[in-house]
Write a protein that binds this ligand. Sequence first.
Ligand code: PNW
Length: 484
Amino acid sequence: ETAPATRNARVFPPGFLWGTATAAYQIEGAATEGGRTPSIWDTFSHTPGRTRNGDTGDVACDHYHRWREDLAIMADLGVGAYRFSVSWPRVQPGGSGPASREGLDFYSRLVDGLLEKGIQPVVTLYHWDLPQELEDAGGWPERATAERFAEYASLVAGALGDRVERWTTLNEPWCSAFLGYGSGVHAPGRTDHADVLRAAHHLNLAHGLGTQALRAALPGRAQIGVSINPAAVRALTDDPDDLDARRRIDALANRIFDGPMLRGVYDEDLIQDTSRLTDWSFVKDGDLADIHQPLDALGINYYTPTLVSASADRKLPRRDGHGGGEQSPWPAAEDIAFHQTPGETTDMGWTIDPTGLHDLLMRYHRETGGIPLYITENGMACDDKPSPDGTVHDPDRIAYLHSHLGTVQRAIADGADVRGYFLWSLLDNFEWAYGYSKRFGTVYVDFESLARIPKSSARWYAEVARTGELPALPALDALGEPVG
Ligand code: PNW
């Protein structure tokens, strides 16, 4: 007999939003259809040596043609929300000027289909597929890109705003700036640490101008947020040097975005730490006010914590500072070492440690002054394979989701206002530089036949969403599969 107090602790608040998430370039395919022009990810993935096995998003999950089937799968799952992104070059070829009716119609039909099935659409405007023309004009290091983004935001709001209430400006600006322009492991594959800082600022500006554009187009109706991937940074030891390394990475990973967005400032230590790369004169009068817009929601994407020290000469194995690559993504941080957090790892090599999610939820609860928080991505890559009977069992993913959802409950009990959770990802998909070699889906995709098979985690997650309750892990027996 479970004590009532224990049972209650496993119940999520009423109205808690359960969802799954995807991104346009990772699932849609149809890269040249309907007037869509190339994005930086088309160019990058078609450049030899950039992605594993030379994989591209040309076909991906072919979601552009199979969206009705994917909608039916979501309806079967019974989750209440779907977070997807709009492909900028599909709806505004070239990134400026008139809209593509055909491109907008695709998303319009998708939104109608979701609403028909009682699934709330959550639209991300930018999940990394910058129109190539805008990169050719300088990309995110240039201010004009932020201005183009605001125009694009108005255009999408005009087409979908009568039916979509939940909007996200950017997905993980850290990845766009630091992996795209610093380490070069993401598109556009550039490696200049001064450009990273310029890109970060113009992404911030895009968020601010985009938020203003959405509010102007959708007065009173839109709930607007941004999805960041803050680092839960830990220091290897309590030595002052290690603590200072943590402070510096916290500035570069987190405060460079949440400073201007949530507080309207770039912290002085960030500016000092990077002063040999830039004088920050790209920050113009009025920019910080433009970026510092009231938000209705903050999205947090979380996978693993970050462990740093002041020097490389330590006993724990070193790890790269995220995402592989020869060049560090981190400007002015050559002396800082990144370490593998102890513990089991996922197929990405990322350590499974839900405590980082608790830290981040509590931190952003405090720092936002109580803006509703959503986990807009969380999940794990597993080496999933169909069994001979055609089913796909992913007990490790169930255990991962279970432990992270338990952490979310703990944060809620500790006072954080967490309103929803989006599993990354609905489908196995194009995992950026890793191509199709990493599977994050709760639904298996056979990339030869493009057949979809919901994994056992999909059934498990559907049950959590249906009941709003986290079952004890032994309930996994019911799925006919032992844990781990
Ligand atoms: C996020 N890193 O990417 C993205 O939002 C998703 O599109 C992606 O599929 C998912 O997480 C899993 O990777 C990240 O190196 C990629 O720190 C790389 C890093 C973080 C997030």
